[in-house]
Design a protein around this ligand. Sequence first.
Ligand code: ATP
Length: 356
Amino acid sequence: MTPRLELKNICKEFAGKRVVSDLSLSVAPGQVTCLLGPSGCGKSTTLRIIAGVERQTSGELWVDGNLICGDGIRVPPEGRSIGLMFQDFALFPHLSVAQNVAFGLTGSKSETHTRVMELLDRVGLDGFEAKYPHELSGGEQQRVALARALAPRPKIMLMDEPFSGLDDRLRDGIRDQTLSVLKEEGTAVLLVTHEPHEAMRMADEIALMRGGRIVQQGNPYNIYNAPVDKEAAAFFSDINVIRSQSNGALTDTPFGQFLTPGHPDGGAVEIVIRPQHLKIDFDRQGQGPNPTPEDGTPARAIVERARFMGRESLVEFRMDSDGSHLKATVPAVFLPKEGTTLWLTMRRERCFVFPA
Ligand SMILES: Nc1ncnc2c1ncn2[C@@H]1O[C@H](COP(=O)(O)OP(=O)(O)OP(=O)(O)O)[C@@H](O)[C@H]1O
């Protein structure tokens, strides 16, 4: 299938400084792709290039198999069939809800009316057409903004942190509703966010960006469970890092030996595990659980601090072997006293091994 939106080797420089590097991606109709990355990594610049308010230094932009920017061609922003939704969604204060939604429509009066009513119904704002923006809650205003952006049936929707101005309790509901409306309309969505939770919740595909480049791209499951490096792992949760050295395709750690083929002999290795994947066991007269192939060897740890976090308990440990610090989370109330001896094991299939 021809992608709805395709970026080919996009580069952007400002005064000789490269802020987007060789960025390629494609988005199918009805698909949501998230550009996820820390502040300043080039996400918004990429969206502005697609919208046509900024021009790339090199590379091409294609919509439905047609070149719209690159190689001497440049379709102006209004000819690109692109809808925009930003955090500051700026409804026109002097226009009613219906007039706001109808703003970009060009058809006959009755066609416009039908489309406006259809969209207000779709976003759950039936009966709101005569109200003015100041009479609406933040969530309702956001839904009007969505209806307005969708009214001209854009092929592509660009969203830049569109939900960050909303109350926490509202946000998940509005996200889900927005998503289902966009899917129904078959719009290809490129959503920019720096929040991993938002990307996991919204995206079919995540493009993880750093320093102007896409460092990893894939579905949320793969991005979370097979990060390309330590930083990619750390973007989604707290991590524990165990440092050691490779020795003949094996690496010794307090948790037993790890197979580390492909790492040069004597090379520094980092073994990364998320806190929820460390297993905690009680001390039985100085002994931990028996080693297993799945969990390796247990290592003795002393509780430094335990806190209840609502959904889980976070326990911080000092390792007996080398004084290093590790964190584990438990999805229950588990608050051992400071100084308690416990045993930790690492679920091997949950460990990531990277060269340091
Ligand atoms: N018009 C401009 N002139 C010069 N530098 C710019 C311009 N626009 C953006 N930059 C720089 O490009 C880099 C990327 O900015 P961009 O806004 O795309 O990042 P971002 O990932 O969207 O960050 P944020 O999440 O904070 O918005 C930054 O270093 C920024 O200072």
